[in-house]
Design a protein around this ligand. Structure first.
Ligand code: PMP
Length: 380
């Protein structure tokens, strides 16, 4: 059988990884400034992570949710403490799309309504509800199971108008848009949105799949604005590569048993991986580190990258040029052996290194980028 090839962007086969370094089958080393798409939070193959998963699989790797799985409660407790949401409940699933799918389902269930407000350029995943709320022509399928959607600009008057006109269950927002190209709604906008949702009894869903788990320099990116969304979606950095996702649900929207469910969600192994991530984030103070490295990186980029704009927070950074970044990206990878990300905006380079990235690795990236952009700016 041929393999369905999802998106072969790079002709490279990594076979080993450690920290922010990858090696291919020929022994060539690469610097990971993409984090496997914001997934690698604590660094590749962290010893604590390897140990936790190994010890768990030696005891029990999986049994269905029909039995007690104490490690789920341990994870919920730890996540509540580390994230600042001890009063929320955690539903565990397997991916970002599944998290958002369940968040939308919960919002419809609680409000009895099915209109959703999402934002221009949003990316929420590829399952039917999540893809319906995604504003990306490349992946949106011409079907929509349950929800009708409005894609709005970051404009509170527009949001209020739709809230008054349509029977809305949820407003879903990435506190920092990732795939869209590191686009940030202002803190004031997020605060206004939170207020509007409360006033209209609508569930505010913060999609923190990419921006969460310390990436923005706080545990969640919406915490920069001081808001408390009704539901928070997580995945990616939560498992550092082990497939796991979840939603954190505020006390007023607690789900009833049976509404949400999944076979694999919250399995022993995934919980062990996710616990190791939280332990390392705490022990190595990775959120503070991401904040510091992010400031260091953004300051250097502002001074020297020849870019039009530097966007983002912490280690979620967009470098916007006034030309497509494809050549820069290709040269970084093929000549300097550094992975970076692109975005749906072809002029934006997306930087999502592991939160544990070292300053000398940041310097290595900066040096490579300067070399390339100096040449391409001279050519222009
Ligand atoms: N939400 C956001 C903000 C994302 O960036 C992504 C993945 N790029 C998803 C949801 C979907 O996550 P997954 O691929 O794990 O389904």
């Amino acid at each position: 059988m041929e393999l369905f090839n999802v998106y072969p962007l790079n002709d490279i086969t990594p076979v080993r990884a450690l920290g922010a370094q990858l090696w291919d089958e020929n022994g060539q080393q690469y610097l990971d400034f993409y984090g496997g798409h914001a997934v690698i939070s604590i660094g590749h193959s962290h010893p604590r992570y390897v140990q936790r998963i190994t010890e768990q699989v030696q005891k029990i790797g999986f049994y269905s949710n029909s039995v007690h799985i104490p490690i789920q409660r341990e994870l919920a407790q730890k996540l509540g403490d580390v994230s600042g949401y001890p009063d929320y409940t955690l539903f565990l699933c397997n991916s970002g799309a599944e998290a958002n799918e369940n968040a939308l389902k919960l919002a419809s269930f609680h409000t009895g309504k099915n209109h959703v407000i999402a934002f221009k350029g949003a990316f929420h995943g590829r399952t039917s509800g999540a893809v319906a709320a995604t504003d990306n022509a490349k992946i949106v399928a011409p079907f929509n199971a349950n929800h009708s959607i409005s894609f709005l600009p970051y404009d509170l008057a527009e949001v209020e108008r739709v809230l008054q006109e349509k029977p809305t269950c949820a407003v879903i927002i990435e506190p920092i848009q990732g795939v869209g190209g590191i686009i940030m709604p202002s803190d004031e906008f997020l605060q206004g949105l939170d207020e509007l949702c409360r006033a209209h009894g609508v569930v505010l869903i913060a999609d923190e799949v990419q921006s969460g788990y310390g990436r923005s320099g706080k545990f969640f990116a919406h915490q920069h604005a001081g808001i408390r969304p009704g539901v928070i979606s997580v995945a990616k950095g939560m498992g550092n590569g082990f497939p796991i996702g979840g939603i954190l649900i505020s006390p007023e929207f607690q789900a009833s048993y049976g509404l949400l469910g999944t076979t694999f969600g919250g399995n022993h192994l995934a919980c062990a991986a996710a616990l190791a991530v939280l332990e390392v984030i705490e022990q190595e103070a990775l959120i503070e580190h991401a904040h510091q490295m992010g400031d260091y990186l953004r300051t250097a980029l502002l001074a020297n990258a020849g870019a039009q704009e530097i966007r983002g927070r912490g280690l979620m950074i967009g470098v916007k040029y006034d030309f497509p970044i494809k050549d820069i990206r290709d040269q970084l990878l093929m000549e300097h052996h550094i992975f970076v990300g692109n975005a749906s905006d072809p002029t934006v380079l997306r930087l999502l290194p592991p939160l544990s990235i070292k300053q000398e690795e940041v310097d290595q990236f900066l040096q490579a980028l300067y070399t390339i952009t100096k040449d391409s700016l001279v050519e222009k």
